[in-house]
Design a protein around this ligand. Structure first.
Ligand SMILES: *Cc1c(COP(=O)(O)O)cnc(C)c1O
Length: 224
């Protein structure tokens, strides 16, 4: 970690280390608005948050040309609170949630980008679709009929481990699913894999969107 560096320096270092086709989402969860503003002033326009209430508060306070990405698990009954402004929801894992996003997007006369979260980690994680469920969801007639939502990507989180080979294996599995699904669904443009600890591996595995928090803003403090 480069904790001694400023947010501005961290952003520039990361931007300079990633290929052109890779989009950087600055994960600002738990961080104060002043930190986001520092990143904004350094040119960053895409921010990721994992709690709807926190994201909404920050959206209210910050410039309106920011693109907000919800990267956390979303409860269906809370979609309405972010439907007026959210750009992309990364962790879509059910038809029920997609339907609600569509309903709220229509109500606000907007289109919301959705990524399907794929369960790739070996560890027991609560969220994410199996490959089969993702394929069935994408091919379902019900989804085809939904208006104002676009399924434009896949998202995955690797096992929390130092074992680079395991991380690579998991990222390779979502990369191959992504390639396979793109054939019939060319609207799939984004492969959202890679965080502070594993984004280099993710980029080697075809990531087009990395979600970086602590390497930009420093470690998160959950104590208060
Ligand atoms: C917190 C979080 C990140 C960023 O994690 P860092 O290790 O701080 O880069 C990325 N993706 C998701 C889904 C997260 O919850």
């Amino acid at each position: 970690m480069h904790l001694m560096n400023s947010i501005d320096e961290n952003l520039k270092r990361i931007q300079n280390s990633i290929p052109k086709g890779v989009t950087l989402v600055a994960v600002s969860k738990t961080k104060p608005v002043s930190d986001l503003l520092e990143a904004y002033n350094a040119g960053q326009r895409i921010f990721g948050e994992n709690k709807i209430q926190e994201m909404t508060q920050k959206w209210e306070e910050l410039p309106k040309d920011i693109s907000w990405h919800m990267i956390g698990h979303v409860q269906t009954n809370k979609v309405k609170y972010m439907a007026t402004f959210v750009d992309t929801i990364h962790a879509v894992d059910s038809l029920k949630l997609l339907k609600e996003i569509s309903k709220q997007a229509i109500r606000n006369d907007r289109t919301i980008n959705c990524f399907l979260q794929i369960k790739i980690a070996e560890e027991e994680s609560k969220f994410g679709l199996s490959e089969t469920d993702a394929i069935n969801l994408l091919n379902s007639e019900e989804v085809a009929l939904l208006k104002n939502v676009k399924i434009t990507g896949l998202m995955g989180m690797a096992t929390f481990t130092d074992n680079k080979e395991q991380i690579k294996k998991e990222f390779k599995s979502i990369q191959s699913l992504f390639k396979k699904l793109k054939v019939d669904h060319p609207i799939l443009k984004s492969l959202s894999i890679g965080m502070s600890g594993d984004y280099q591996v993710a980029i080697d595995c075809g990531s087009t969107m990395i979600r970086i928090g602590s390497s930009i803003f420093g470690e998160r403090d959950y104590s208060h």
